[in-house]
Design a binder for this molecule. Structure first.
Ligand SMILES: [Zn+2]
Ligand SMILES: [Zn+2]
Length: 203
């Protein structure tokens, strides 16, 4: 198991979790969902002392992407988002992702390298068409797909409850119980605990 550091800052009016995942060996890291408060986000980068290798959006909602531009310009790192949420970005940011280099448009099963860490992209449509979870070591970043004892809402444009349930049942439930669930809002959890207690996960 590669050594990592993980931390978060809670940003914006919807209390979105912006995560930092850093490879201890190389001090390269990812910023996941820079949704607001860019100076707080950058302060955390400096505190943790890492080079930003990549900026990743779990999906295209504003509370997860709003400060992409600031963070991408300041870090020079590529921005990655699933192809089915690309159109949710503002026009300037769509160009940043879709410039034909570095496979920045994500699809299911892609591997994102963060120093020596490898994060696997799991496409979990439902909350949005291009929502993803990211699995790295014993961590599972679930965006707004799965929360501690809840799931993402599906009443917003592009939301689809049946698709969300299918994503969770087919792609998340088969994963290891010991994974630590790091959702886009609220406290973390453990996947085994969610399988047993989350009311939306009962078959
Ligand atoms: Zn969302
Ligand atoms: Zn959100």
């Amino acid at each position: 198991m590669s050594k990592y550091q993980v931390d978060r800052v809670v940003v914006g009016s919807l209390s979105t979790n912006c995560y930092f995942l850093v490879c201890e060996e190389t001090k390269k890291g990812a910023i996941i969902d820079p949704g607001a408060y860019p100076s707080q986000i950058w302060r955390k980068v400096e505190e943790m002392g890492f080079d930003v290798a990549v900026v990743i959006n779990t999906h295209g909602h504003g509370d997860h992407v709003e400060e992409n531009k600031y963070i991408v310009e300041r870090s020079g790192a590529p921005l990655m988002i699933h192809q089915d949420d690309l159109s949710m970005l503002s026009v300037g940011m769509t160009d940043v992702v879709d410039d034909g280099k570095n496979h920045k448009i994500l699809k299911d099963s892609d591997i994102i390298e963060i120093g020596q860490l490898k994060a696997e992209v799991i496409h979990t449509p439902g909350h949005t068409p291009g929502g993803i979870c990211l699995k790295c070591e014993n961590l599972l970043f679930t965006g707004d797909t799965l929360f501690n004892l809840s799931v993402g809402r599906t009443d917003l444009p592009g939301g689809d409850y049946k698709a969300l349930m299918k994503s969770i049942h087919e792609k998340i439930l088969p994963l290891d119980d010991n994974l630590i669930v790091l959702p886009g809002h609220g406290p973390h959890s453990e996947l085994g605990y969610e399988k047993n207690h989350n009311p939306y996960l009962r078959r």
